[in-house]
Design a protein around this ligand. Structure first.
Ligand code: PMV
Length: 339
């Protein structure tokens, strides 16, 4: 294959889970313990260019134009090894990945990063895979990346095989104008990442109860989205986030992601909803920052109130995002040739 032509760029959006993925039934294949559901975030994306080359000894990676950490490089190389095996190539890859959101914001980028990397890597080999196949491959890099391939509101089903554990859109991005107002309470990189967290989830006595009841919550969230029922969404989303953090805190070793400001925001959000009728609820990932999911009409008020709550809170804001897309290849330093 002429390597000049083996280049493609893709963009994928981050996502925030309403029903969380926490713990695997198969760690190597990243087959999740339970099905999960998320909303893509239009304002937070990763754009990745992959060029497959015959004349390189090792894969190379830049993130936001800079050399990555050793851990990030290893994780991307492992994903590229898996893609080489499954797509049948021995070429090496030059990968350039850029996030449009600040890396130091404590906002996870693995979902958008592995979705964009997977889509670009496959396209650069001129292979055409279905959305489901791309979602399954992205899942092997980071579980939540499976949900950043389809657009809008996305369900990722648990299954016992690689091919069957894929994500799909349950409602398009314009179905419900929700906004994620993210309260950044800490810019620090988390000490324990989600891969280690998934591995220790089953050491909590609460994990089996969380997993057994996840299907019922998923059903309610799907119903709340279908009917645009904010009150139902809020009840279930907060309960599901609390359950995941209860598992984290009671795992061995325990994981405490909350900080004093995290709890202050969670309490304020509940008060604004229950006492004043603002349509807002909270959910947290594996970190201290609080995602405040709002009806679009209430998003500005929520952002203002978060700013008033503490000068230490920074705010990012996003609507509902679409699915991963291919872009014209970005060739830095020379013109693209994509015949
Ligand atoms: O995709 P991972 O391995 O980074 O796991 C994501 C885990 C959570 O963000 C905490 C929950 C979720 O479903 O996104």
């Amino acid at each position: 294959m002429a390597d000049t032509y083996n280049i493609a760029s893709a963009r994928a959006y981050s996502n925030i889970a309403f029903i969380k993925y926490w713990g695997n039934r198969d760690h190597l294949l990243r087959l999740p313990a339970n099905s999960s559901l998320s909303m893509n975030l239009s304002a937070l994306h990763t754009t990745t260019t992959v060029r497959w080359l015959a004349d390189m000894a090792v894969d190379s990676l830049t993130i936001n134009g800079e050399a990555p950490t050793v851990a990030a490089l290893r994780r991307v190389q492992a994903h590229l090894d898996m893609l080489r095996r499954r797509l049948g190539t021995t070429l090496r890859a030059q990968v350039d990945s850029r996030n449009n959101f600040p890396m130091g914001a404590g906002i996870a980028s693995s979902a958008s990063a592995f979705a964009a990397l997977t889509m670009a890597a496959v396209a650069a080999l001129h292979q055409q895979l279905s959305e489901r196949e791309l979602s399954a491959l992205a899942r092997l890099g980071s579980g939540s990346a499976a949900r950043s391939i389809p657009g809008g509101f996305v369900e990722w089903r648990f299954a016992n095989t690689h091919e069957d554990s894929t994500a799909e859109t349950i409602a398009p991005a314009d179905h419900w104008h929700l906004v994620d107002v993210i309260a950044i309470v800490s810019h620090q990189h988390k000490r324990v990442g989600s891969t280690a967290g998934h591995a220790s989830a089953s050491s909590s006595i609460f994990q089996s109860a969380r997993v057994e009841t996840a299907a019922a919550r998923l059903k309610e969230v799907k119903q709340s989205i279908a009917q645009r029922d904010f009150e139902l969404l809020a009840q279930v989303v907060e309960a599901d986030s609390n359950l995941m953090h209860a598992v984290m805190m009671t795992s061995r070793p325990p994981l405490f992601y909350w900080q004093p400001l995290t709890l202050a925001v969670m309490e304020a959000v509940r008060g604004w909803r229950e006492d004043e009728g603002l349509r807002v609820c909270y959910t947290l990932d594996a970190g201290p920052n609080v995602h405040c999911i709002c009806a679009a009409d209430d998003a500005q008020t929520v952002a203002d109130r978060l700013s008033d709550l503490s000068p230490d809170i920074d705010i990012l804001r996003s609507g509902v995002g679409g699915g991963a897309v291919l872009l014209p290849p970005v060739v830095r330093g020379r013109a693209a040739c994509t015949k």
